[in-house]
Design a protein around this ligand. Sequence first.
Ligand SMILES: [Zn+2]
Length: 331
Amino acid sequence: MSWKAFIEKQKTAATIFTHALRKNELSHAYILEGPKGTGKREMAQLLAQTLFCENRKGTEPCHECRNCRRVLSGNHPDIVWVKKEEDATLIKKEQITYLIKEFAYRSVESQMKLFIIEDADLMSSQAANSLLKFIEEPHQNTVALLLTEHIHQLLDTIISRCQVLTFSALSRKNLEEKLIEQGISKPLATLSSSLTNRYDEAISYCKDEWFANARLLVIQLVQKLLNSTQAGLSTMYEHVAPHFKDQKQWDIALDLLLFWYRDMMSIHLDRLGEVVYCDKLDELKSQTLQKSLQHIADDMAYILKAKRQLLLHVNGLSVMEELIVKLQGEA
Ligand SMILES: [Zn+2]
């Protein structure tokens, strides 16, 4: 990752860092906060590479020199990276004491020292108090990065001594790209990033067999609904209903159904780039030919109404029954 690429994804944080790097005016402590999967760890790594790179060009590190590689492998002597130990529930006081001791020595190789605390909200209260004492005293040429998904769980006294950089949730496109980078197929990546803007949630959908099957069942249902076979209800009873057990799962079913109709609308409006069921484009196109824009809009309104009924705790199955009769009547 480069700063240039980060400016598109996390504009505020990347701009603040590149500006400070250019002017050589980094603050002593930063909090990088925001949802999981938004690039906090990657940006901390990039800052570390930038600070120690042997062939830095402007603000961009080379990613290839010995120092850049040592940052990536976690072996740079002037960087202390603290995170919760595997079987512990909190970051312990000893880990912070170790960090403070490391900083009492002069930097080993360069003028600069960097410490990074991952999941800083998991510091025990003793650990947090030790850290507070440490960042209260000025240390020359040190930069502290605290990474957290839950900033409100940090001590106010720590927050007030740091510059807070907020990482925003990824856009749908960015989240989709990130999932594809992780080896997720495009149809699943597009679908799950339409359901949520949280990376952790999206990736767990993608890895969940239930979700992949839910997608196939909704496609099967919609084929019956849109091919005027009047077989919507029987398909729903035989195949769909056994798969969706509670309100949350039915709500996902309705979203998956809604995306199909929204795709037809996107095709009507010639916005192919917005199609979620991208692997079903031919089928979607031929179905779209059979429906007017007004019909599709009406169908979407029925689905949205069904979602509201679910919220009011109407039983999922009866919501679906009513919806299918309506959608089929429209076909
Ligand atoms: Zn380098």
